[in-house]
Design a protein around this ligand. Sequence first.
Ligand code: ZN
Ligand code: ZN
Length: 354
Amino acid sequence: MASIPKVQRAAVVQSTGSAVEVRDDYPVKQPDELAPGECLIRLHCTGVCHTDLHAAKGDWPVPPKVPLVGGHEGVGEIVAIGKNTSNSPVKVGDRVGIKWIAYSCLNCENCLKGLEQNCANVKLSGYTTDGTFCQYLVSWVNCVTPVPDGIDSEAAASILCAGVTVYRALKYSQSLPHEWVVLPGAGGGLGHLAIQYAKHFGLRVIAIDTGEEKRQLCEKLGADAWIDFKTSSDIVADVKKITGGPGAHAAVVTAASPSGYTQAVDYLREGGRLMAVGLPADAKLEASIFFTVFKNIQIIGSYVGNRQDAVEAVRIAAAGKVKVYYASKPLSQLTQTYEDMSQGKIAGRVILTM
Ligand SMILES: [Zn+2]
Ligand SMILES: [Zn+2]
């Protein structure tokens, strides 16, 4: 076995709201200190998400642990497994992924129903347990996502957050091949993956976003129709026209603006499904109750995904069906990346390598 250092490089938030500091003295849990069921992972790379920025700044009502190592979409290799671990689904040397849901107990009511992301005993990567902005991370053999060959670690890292989220929303939209799905925010980090998964499901995609660059990206990724929300005078009418009259079968709303939700009830056809994924702060969903009832519309919230959703999302990407657009940078560039992110300067995703 490779020798495990006692300390490592990690990006640490020492107290809530304090600046991120890249340090070389963060302790590494040693193999003989691992509890049964735990494993030690030597990370290759990690994605950076808006969630991490909120966690570092202490923006949310539930405070994160401190000191905190952020990050929740990483890929690496298992270098040790805790003594007396039984029936491990993974072994030393396996390449695995870490996602936002770091741990779920697998035995509470929500876990048993497949809602592992709502586990009563959940641990969240880079929030309530240390995350992936480091070289060595403790995780759990039952909760890591095996990463197959055919996908590089950087691409897999992005799939483990944004990819899983949109994949699951499309899956639970119960859309059939050749049905119409509307993707507001299609040119963004979640949206550009949603187009590709939707095309893999055989759906016809109406991409909504704005600007020439995003239009080209959406069309390159296979969108069947494009609506620019800044130049369209009536998005609902446009969707109905594109679908030949009755409206779309489903919408996966990743946009963080409430208007994306309100319109969806109007442009969905009877029996349509509105999948709510984006998280506009403090916004309320103002849908017509009359038309929601009359048209048999289903409004369904979808929050990240469980272990099986992650396995499926990664497998589809590894088969070459979903491409991730990313730029690689070293971990020391985290602070700069946060700054670029706050200013909306990042196209695609940034992946930090160790
Ligand atoms: Zn993320
Ligand atoms: Zn549970």
